[in-house]
Design a protein around this ligand. Structure first.
Ligand SMILES: [Cu+2]
Length: 425
């Protein structure tokens, strides 16, 4: 780490630096853990939904496998523990200067000259969802060309007194938010609405995985090919009237989630960041959704309401501007507003969809009752597929107007309550 970077990071509380130890090592000794991540900035070719190909800028992960090693849009999902010391080393393979910063973590920002390497170090803040991206020159140019990804900060103490896992450090939340989050996650698996017992609890993704069946990452964006045409391998992106005024000249013709549109989202292939949630009733699933594009989106999930767990305060006049807000009143929503650079965590409960009729009398915990979608007793054939589409109508299109090929996909109920045990047992 450059000394300059360390000073930028802030040396408060580090006055006791021991002889022979770098500031990084001293800080590392005082924290619960360290993480060192090596990224590269490169370019890749991407095939769009209509078969057209465009060049994109991409992050690659040193030590990653497959597409992550050579470069992928979005960049690798990085997972670190709250409070740990994180060191990110970025090598710029390109011919122009790039930047690297993490939205929501002040000071986590650097510049990387063509062909060189730079490092940022920071203490991982409050658990939640963060965006890393290239905001070089204060424009979104390189971000929309592909240089974006998610940093997930995992909680140090995310377990409620009753033993339910949550995505947040409960002791860092205000008392009302603590109560609301614990009440929801404790209710999972234990009530008539949220059934499933121990299997009905939320489970975080493993720390060494980008995502999991119970934790999805969705990165919303848009592509305007006239900007992608500026990228040539081995050549510098030249300044032009286009690059000088990105926001006014960017006209998205493709709308993407994890860099794919429409039909290309119906299944996940090797090397892609998974999109589609496929679970059984009683298997709540967390969605970390961000918008790195320049258009507003309003993602609507059919079939279940989602519990809105966290968002970023985007009001510049607010005292909590830029911070993650875990509300003290968790709203149920079916459509979630995603302004540019918004980040939201939402829980899709995988509860019995309300459009499935009550039919089968069973004896339940409170005596005889009607229960729907018990495994193998469903009134509907599985899998049930429910639409997810963006209510900003324009963004359901791709290739300049093909509907429905933009920000449109689905989520899937594989089977009824207890179905996974039966399917695997
Ligand atoms: Cu809708």
């Amino acid at each position: 780490m450059k000394r300059r970077d360390f000073l930028k990071y802030g040396a408060a509380g580090l006055a006791t630096a021991g002889a022979g130890l770098s500031p990084f090592e001293v800080l590392a000794q005082a924290l619960p853990g360290t993480a060192e991540i090596k990224l590269g900035i490169t370019d890749v070719e991407t095939r769009l939904i209509d078969g057209d190909k465009v060049n994109m800028l991409a992050f690659r992960l040193d030590g990653g496998a497959g597409a992550l090693a050579t470069g992928r849009v979005p960049g690798p999902v990085l997972r670190v523990k709250e409070g740990s010391l994180v060191k990110i080393i970025v090598t710029n393979d390109r011919q122009e200067t790039h930047g690297f910063e993490i939205t929501g973590i002040p000071g986590a920002k650097t510049e990387i000259a063509a062909g060189s390497t730079a490092t940022i170090a920071f203490q991982a803040p409050m658990a939640g969802t963060y965006i890393y991206h290239d905001g070089h020159g204060g424009t979104p140019l390189y971000r929309i060309l592909g240089l974006h990804g998610i940093l997930v900060v995992e909680p140090l103490n995310g377990t409620t007194p009753a033993g339910s896992r949550t995505p947040y450090s409960l002791d860092k939340l205000a008392p009302q938010s603590y109560a609301a989050v614990s009440a929801l996650f404790d209710a999972l698996g234990t009530t008539e609405r949220f059934q499933g017992g121990a299997d009905g609890k939320w489970m975080p993704a493993p720390s060494n995985a980008e995502a999991s069946i119970r934790e999805k990452i969705w990165i919303c964006a848009g592509i305007d090919p006239k900007f992608n045409a500026l990228i040539e391998r081995g050549k510098q992106i030249a300044s032009s009237p286009l690059t000088a005024n990105v926001v006014d000249t960017f006209v998205p013709r493709y709308f993407t989630i994890n860099n794919r549109s429409g039909y290309d989202l119906h299944a996940d292939y090797d090397g892609q960041l998974p999109v589609i949630a496929k679970n059984y009733i009683g298997e709540p699933t967390l969605f970390r959704i961000v918008n790195v594009g320049l258009a507003h989106h309003a993602n609507h999930f059919h079939g279940n309401h989602l519990m809105e767990l966290a968002r970023v305060d985007l009001n510049p006049k607010s005292t909590t501007y830029g911070q993650i807000i875990v509300p003290d009143n968790i709203f149920e929503v079916d459509t979630t507003a995603m302004w540019p650079m918004q980040r939201r965590d939402l829980l899709l409960p995988f509860e019995i969809p309300p459009d499935i009729p009550y039919q089968i009398p069973v004896s339940g915990p409170t005596g005889s009752q009607f229960q729907r979608m018990v495994n193998k007793q469903a009134q509907e054939p599985f899998p049930l597929r429910y639409v997810m589409h963006c209510h900003t109508e324009m963004s359901q299109t791709a290739a300049g107007g093909n509907y429905p090929q933009g920000m449109v996909c689905h989520w899937e109920v594989l089977g009824g309550l207890g179905g996974r045990a039966k399917a695997t047992g």
